[in-house]
Design a protein around this ligand. Structure first.
Ligand code: GUN
Ligand code: ZN
Length: 445
């Protein structure tokens, strides 16, 4: 191993491919090493394997951090989350359109203040890390400065995020709407500034069809066509009132999906949040174009939006990711998000195995964001972004531990009973960026 390597020791789990959604994971879809070593150099993964085998091959004096009792997984990835909506979480008693007008738009308007935006962006990135999330696809606000604030915060923590300026030139308060041309110019300037700047990537971000004029959607489509390696993110088919509104605004389009299709916004770099109230024709078009859905279960139950049909999407060949959708969502925790996804599946007579859930939150979401060559697994060359989970730091998990005997049971306990207390540490590009103060899994230098 190269000089200057470092190693982390603990139980290691990562996915190499989709494990499927049957009780047993597909052969070859994952690697699990009970006493494993993760070897890093310059913030990247060099190798993984059994500690007993690899330790003797390390150069003398290689620092090894031993996470005793910890389970090391690739850092969680959130495929849909709003940086400016931390303060919108837990807003009482409204469905989507009222929730936007009553709570969300007034809150996002505060981000015209650059100092506020910078403080919130730092708070947001630090919270992500405290929940074990190391990367994601993020909405900022319509203020260009909110995008600078987020990327600067991510950069200062070594994280790689994909994010964009919200484009919204109608049907919102004046202090939040942009102009058609201004939204294009700002988006292009931010894209040129941030896309590929270190680990940061830009995302073209029309909020949803209801808050963009046809002209703005046309320009968003032009940006996407001119920059095919840049992600596109928006909302789609979340709420029945929203869908009715879209059909009133775009009577010439045969469906909500057809609006985005018409403006050139579908493709394998596009992530549509929600996709609840959809049909087979929509699913077929998503599969055909490679367009992805971000399944946002805590948001969908909290806002009463509906139950996402995970099985139908999978069977149609649609790529689905898992997302918090904070502040519609009620937790930044991807563990909590997995639990809610499981419950949504159960309410639809479906299931979600722990294998599939942990795959989605790691490699699956990396694939959704077209970054699986950089993150989502411990294959050599990936960024060393990882999370150390520890049942010992969570009372509920500690209680359950003696009753669990298999890895599948441990993973299921973590997703159903776990929350931020199960996150012992979060490491980004090889640097420990978060560590639970009361963690018994103290790193031994
Ligand atoms: N649709 C348009 N904007 C939003 C938003 O901020 N959150 C959610 N959940 N749905 C939206
Ligand atoms: Zn959202």
């Amino acid at each position: 191993f190269p000089a200057g390597s470092r190693a982390h020791r603990g139980a290691l789990l990562h996915f190499l491919d989709d494990p499927g959604n049957d009780p047993e994971p597909r052969d070859g879809s994952l690697e699990y090493v009970e006493d494993g070593l993760l070897i890093l150099q310059n913030g990247r993964v060099v190798a993984t394997g059994p500690a007993q085998e690899l330790l003797p091959r390390m150069p003398e004096g290689t620092p090894v951090t031993h996470w005793q009792g910890g389970l090391i997984l690739p850092g969680f990835i959130d495929t849909h989350v709003h940086m400016p909506q931390l303060g919108v979480m837990a807003s009482y008693g409204a469905q989507l359109l009222d929730w936007l007008e009553t709570y969300t738009f007034p809150h996002e308007a505060r981000f015209s203040d650059g100092d506020w935006a910078r403080a919130e962006a730092l708070r947001f990135t630090d919270l992500l890390l405290a929940y074990g999330t190391t990367s994601g696809l993020v909405f900022c606000t319509s203020h260009a400065a909110s995008v600078d604030a987020l990327f600067e915060a991510a950069e200062s923590r070594g994280m790689g995020l994909t994010a964009g300026k919200v484009m919204m030139d109608r049907n919102a308060p004046d202090n939040l709407t942009d102009t058609t041309r201004g939204s294009y110019d700002d988006s292009l300037a931010l894209l040129q500034k941030w896309h590929g700047h270190g680990r940061q990537r830009y995302a073209i971000t029309p909020r949803f069809a209801a808050t963009s004029t046809p002209e703005q959607l046309t320009l968003a489509g032009k940006l996407a066509a001119d920059h095919p390696d840049v992600m596109v993110q928006t909302h789609w088919a979340e709420n029945t009132g929203e869908i009715q509104w879209i059909s009133d605004l775009f009577p010439e389009r045969h469906s909500y999906l057809d609006v985005y299709d018409h403006y050139g916004l579908l493709g394998d770099h596009t992530v549509l949040a929600h996709g609840i109230h959809i049909d087979d024709r929509d699913r077929q078009r998503l599969a055909e174009t490679g367009t992805r859905i971000a399944f946002c279960p805590t948001s969908n139950t909290f806002l009463g939006s509906g139950l996402f049909d995970f099985r139908s999407a999978r069977e149609a060949g649609v790529t689905v990711g898992l997302a918090s959708d904070v502040g519609g969502g009620t937790s930044l925790s991807m563990l909590t998000t997995m639990a809610e996804a499981y419950k949504v599946c159960r309410l639809r007579g479906q299931t979600l195995t722990p294998w599939q859930a942990f795959y989605l939150a790691t490699l699956g979401n990396a694939r959704v964001l077209q970054q699986a060559d950089q993150t989502g697994s411990f294959q050599p060359g990936r960024h060393a972004d990882f999370v150390v989970l520890d049942e010992g730091t969570s009372p509920a998990l500690t209680m359950k531990q003696p009753y669990s005997h298999t890895l599948a049971e441990t993973l299921f306990n973590l997703m159903i009973l776990g929350d931020d207390r199960a996150i012992a540490a979060t490491v980004v590009a090889g640097e420990i960026r978060y560590q639970r103060p009361d963690s018994p899994t103290a790193p031994t230098p």
